[in-house]
Structure formats: C-alpha cells, structure tokens
Design a protein around this ligand. Structure first.
Ligand SMILES: [Fe+2]
Ligand SMILES: [Fe+2]
Length: 164
C-alpha cells in the first residue's frame, strides 16, 4: 500500500525535522545564535515538503476518500481534527516568518520570544499531529476503506508524487 508507506515515511522525515528546528530554537535561546538563511531553509522545507508534499497530499487524496466513504466519524476526525491542525500549522509558519522579518529589522526581546514560541508551537503541534495520524487516523482508514479504493488511492498518491 504505497499511500500509507509514503505517508508514514514522510512523517519520519518531518519528525526528524522538528528535532532540528527545536535545536535551532535552543541555540537562539541559549547563545543568541540566529542564522536567517537557516530559518529560510527551514521555512522552505515546511512549505514545500511538510505542507505541499505531505499535508496537501493527505487532504487531496486520503482525507478526501475518507470523507466520501466513512461518514460522520471521518467528518469529525478529518474536518474538525486534522484539517484544523494543518491550518494551525500554516498560521504558525506565517507568524514565524513575520516575527523573523521584524527581528531582522529591529531585534527585541519580545520578538525573540515570539520566534521561540511560534517555533515550539509548530514543533509540538506537528509531533502530536503525527502521533494521532500514525496511531488513529491511518489505521482507521486502512481498516475501513475498501481494498479496491485503497489501490486507486495508491495510484493517485503516486501521481501526486510524480513517481508515475
Ligand atoms: Fe496531517
Ligand atoms: Fe501527516
């Protein structure tokens, strides 16, 4: 089942990235070390990989199929849970970008605090989110979606990833 394998693998990469991001926040907090280029790279990873490649694939392929086939339970789990968290992650990243821009212009303690708190909000959100998907959402989908539909989703996910 390509779709689940690839989503789990992406979770591993995103989880490893949150560790790196946390370390960047610690370096900034303890040593006042900040590399704007490193933050730009990190934000680029979030936008192109965590959001576009991973979250949008979930939304357009797996979650769409769950909403169409699994009734009220999926509606609660996806629309009131996972999608809300994807949007919250997008908000934190936007806030982080704004705080970094402002800090570059005028480094203040308030902005430093904002950078640190938005980073850690994103990190904790993503770790909780990944845990829920790995342990509740994906197993639920695997168990309840019809096998032939999962095969179709495999193809759609491959197309999305450009491997087909
Ligand atoms: Fe997600
Ligand atoms: Fe995910």
């Amino acid at each position: 089942m390509y779709i689940f394998e690839v989503l789990y693998k992406e979770h591993e990469n995103i989880h490893a990235f949150t560790d790196k991001l946390e370390q960047m926040a610690i370096n900034f907090m303890e040593k006042n070390e900040i590399s704007f280029e490193a933050y730009e790279e990190a934000i680029n990873f979030i936008k192109t990989y965590a959001d576009k490649r991973h979250h949008q694939k979930e939304e357009q392929v797996l979650f769409k199929a769950m909403l169409e086939n699994l009734g009220e339970m999926a509606n609660n789990l996806i629309n009131h849970g996972m999608i809300v968290e994807h949007n919250l992650a997008r908000l934190y990243v936007w806030e982080l970008e704004e705080a970094l821009k402002a800090y570059k212009q005028a480094p203040t303690t308030v902005l430093k605090l904002k950078i640190l708190t938005t980073i850690m909000s994103y990190v904790y959100l993503l770790r909780r989110h990944i845990h829920k998907e790995n342990n509740a959402v994906y197993p639920y989908a695997k168990k309840n979606l019809p096998k032939d539909l999962i095969e179709k989703l495999d193809l759609e996910a491959k197309k999305y990833d450009g491997v087909l």
